[in-house]
Design a protein around this ligand. Structure first.
Ligand code: AMP
Ligand code: ZN
Length: 493
């Protein structure tokens, strides 16, 4: 399988360090606010990558940090008159809650910066000992970019050009303007920990490196994040690892394209800034996933709210296809001889599975994978219409299972496909009035009503057929005429 490595700028065969096992790390959020849908796009991309690797049979170990000490957290805490730890705790919980709502799998390890101080200090000490870092007069510890001959290789930047081209903050304590803080000396009112260099806190670029080394071992197979992290964050991670342990941090670097809103960069000042929470309050996780997965993870993604309506319809189309297939399978004869239509559906199932894998094996082309999935939906719907009530149970079930399995690889839950529509008790009363029903259960009442409606329609007794339909509608249900017969379902919201 081919994976695009942003370090080599080409697709490469995935060859894990340990056969059959993939160790991956994706930089997590800084927990000072609800995450936005740009962050969510990056986390979703790696969730699908991880799920597909598992589907392929790899044993995947996935780690993701929480940056729970940082300038932005401290600023918010000061504004709100509470501790940085409180702010970080609130937004760590909020982040995990939204990840669950978005059906993103929990990482195997979720280290927090404030709990990994020791591992970071060990790494910093080693960098100082090896001449790659220095303690400045102000008590900060800086990484010396000049000490690393490979600095700039990941992001394709040359230090001399960088110095000439970019305006950087003047800081007299640094030997080079691109030197970055590994340890920041304590300032009044900020959280701090004791260290050999005085009280302070870790710099942002330090935690991922130390955590990867500690929890996964270097080099890992895949290191991921959004494209905005390539420089300086990932460049700085590379530099620390190669100087501290004389080995690369990761064999493959993967970066997701940025999410844009209505064609513009998403930002608070432009007012086009959406949190994942507010989007999931309005649309299902499946719809948001479907929309995001229509774009390849490396391309930039243009988010528009209107597109979520189309994605919602697609999610419903998938769910109702699976539901119709299962229903047809339950109501069809077992073991009858396969017809041409059955064989055609069987071939479509195989084709969809193979095409799905071909697309995902090509650098996780989720839009191609979705096309394969919806191709099978079209074939299945054609099949159901053709066989009209006489579907072959085994093939029909296999189509439903295949759709469901491929959906699961993309993290689509399609809960509507598995839920029984809840039938209101009012159906019993209606069936008594309209169909002479004498039983007590809502599902039996539904059947009696549908049968009475069918009889009325056959007899062209439209008044009765319409009265039944209207009575059903008044209960918030609708009659769905499927190829395999009529049934009741909840009206779409
Ligand atoms: P942060 O909390 O800013 O470090 O971001 C967490 C993750 O979200 C990082 O991997 C970022 O690269 C990613 N990210 C930030 N903004 C966007 C965006 N607009 N589109 C896609 N990913 C983003
Ligand atoms: Zn990181």
């Amino acid at each position: 399988m081919l994976v695009y490595n942003s370090q080599s700028h080409r697709k490469q065969e995935l060859v894990p360090v340990e056969e059959g096992k993939v160790r991956m790390y994706v930089c997590g959020p800084t927990v000072y606010d609800q995450i936005h849908i740009g962050n969510a796009r990056t986390f979703l991309s790696f969730d699908v990558i991880r799920r597909y690797l598992i589907y392929k049979g790899y044993q995947v170990t996935f780690a993701q940090n929480l940056t729970d000490v940082d300038d932005k957290i401290i600023k918010r805490a000061n504004e709100e008159g509470r501790s940085a730890a409180e702010v970080a705790e609130e937004y760590s919980c909020a982040f995990i809650e939204q990840m669950h709502r978005f059906n993103i799998m929990d990482p195997d390890v979720r280290p927090r910066a404030t709990r990994e101080i020791e591992a970071m200090q060990e790494m910093i000490s080693s960098l100082i000992e090896q001449g790659n870092a220095y303690v400045a007069d102000n008590g900060d510890v800086y990484f010396s970019v000049r000490s690393d001959g490979d600095y700039g290789v990941l992001s394709g930047r040359d230090l001399d050009q960088l110095r000439a081209g970019e305006r950087v903050e003047v800081n007299e304590d640094k030997r080079d303007p691109f030197d970055f803080a590994l340890w920041k000396a304590a300032k009044p009112g900020e959280p701090s920990w004791p260290s050999p260099w005085g009280d302070g806190r870790p710099g942002w670029h330090t935690e991922c490196c130390a955590m990867i080394h500690h929890y996964l071992g270097t080099p890992i197979d895949i290191h991921g994040g959004g494209q905005d992290l390539v420089f300086p964050h990932h460049e700085n991670e590379c530099a620390q690892a190669s100087c501290a342990w004389h080995a690369p941090l990761a064999n493959c670097w993967m970066h997701t394209g940025m999410l844009r809103v209505d064609g513009e960069k998403m930002s608070k000042s432009l007012g086009n800034f959406y949190t994942l929470k507010e989007v999931l309050d309005k649309y299902s996780a499946d719809a948001v996933r479907l929309l995001m997965l229509q774009t390849h993870y490396r391309s930039s993604l243009d988010f528009r709210f209107e597109l979520l309506d189309g994605a919602t319809n697609n999610a419903e189309r998938l769910a109702s296809c699976i539901k119709n297939l299962r229903w047809a399978a339950e109501n069809s004869p077992m073991g009858s001889e396969l017809t041409e239509a059955d064989r055609a559906l069987s071939a479509s199932i195989q084709e969809a599975q193979a095409e799905f894998a071909r697309q995902m094996d090509d650098d996780f082309n989720s839009s191609g994978a979705l096309a394969a999935l919806f191709g099978l939906v079209t074939s299945a719907n054609t099949y159901l219409a053709q066989v009209a009530g006489a579907a072959a149970a085994a093939v029909t079930l296999r189509a439903a299972d295949t759709l469901q399995e491929l959906c699961a690889v993309l993290g689509l839950e399609l809960s509507a496909a598995n839920e029984e529509d809840e039938l209101p008790a009012g159906l019993v009363e209606l069936a008594r009035e309209q169909a002479g029903f004498e039983g007590g259960s809502a599902s039996a009442a539904a059947e009696a009503l549908l049968a009475a409606r069918q009889v009325a329609r056959t007899e062209k007794n439209w008044a009765v057929a319409d009265a039944i339909r209207d009575g059903i509608a008044a209960l918030g249900l609708m009659v769905e005429d499927t190829a395999a017969g009529a049934r009741l379902r909840s009206k779409r919201a």
